[in-house]
Design a protein around this ligand. Sequence first.
Ligand code: UDP
Ligand code: MG
Length: 328
Amino acid sequence: MISIVIPAFNEEAGIAELYRRIVNAAPAWGEDFEIVIVDDGSRDRTLEICERLGAGDSRLKAVGLSRNFGHQAAVSAGLMHARGSIVAVMDADLQDPPEELLPFLQKIRDGWDVVYAIRTKRKESPLKRICYRLYYRLLKRLATLDIPLDAGDFCVMRREVVDAINRLPERSRFVRGLRSWVGFRQTGLAYERQARFAGEPKYTYRKLLKLAMDGIINFSYRPLQFIMSIGLALAFCSVAGAAFVVVQYVTNWTVFGFNPHQARGWTSLIFVLLFFSAVQLVCLGILGEYMGRLFEEVKQRPVWLVKKRINLPEEPGPPETRSSSATP
Ligand code: UDP
Ligand code: MG
């Protein structure tokens, strides 16, 4: 069975059309399907419409969250409730058209575990498009794992992958990052992102900014390490600068009208200031390193995930029951 997970927040204008389009597209998939709509605390009739549609079709399932928890939380809730052996995630606004799912399913049948969509063209404002482009490139540089460029949440995954993502205990969820993190065989498929079918975008700039921050902060502590780099660079500059001024002093050399003999006391003040600012930054950076590690531990992600076991029992027992010679 194929599960289609759909987070929806105030999508009353498009949800019935979405349902109709999925039902029309489904025969081509050649498999049973269920639709799992997660109503993310909508203030409009989204959940009512789901109820009405669900009354006539048991394949439509809906989960109503108690308030607006945000898109990523809604997707996570949907992944938990999906029962299919193949799970697709798509938006409720028909920007990811259900008709586009077929090539994704084919890739899964070819043996891929995750097929994510790469947005080639976006029908959004130029400013937003530039921001997205820059952001994905920044994320790629900063993140400690390979999060594919321009890949959104639209994807199809195999059961094992969904189970793995569901088992990750962290609360602040950046689903496309977690999806990369769990590994398995992943591939991207290009598609053209459509314009919204109805209604306004539900991602406000504030929510987008939060998502962007989550992506970077949850997958890297480079920003903390950055403090250390600034500190070290500043320390180097202050020592080099001080040495230069000493040379100026001894040789009575004027550079850009500055001669240390004329501004007594200034030099030592400036360089003491610079140097100790640098020392403080380095100390902060060291604290940052520890915080980064603490953060890694607190997230409680498993240290590894297993894709396949050959001639081994499903789950090994806890470490104390294993003989030490058996561990690599
Ligand atoms: N969404 C949600 N909770 C939110 C914001 C958005 O469940 O707090 C859903 C929304 O209904 C849609 C999807 O997330 O199905 C993507 O939202 P939107 O279309 O606003 O984002 P964009 O396509 O502009 O990235
Ligand atoms: Mg959208």
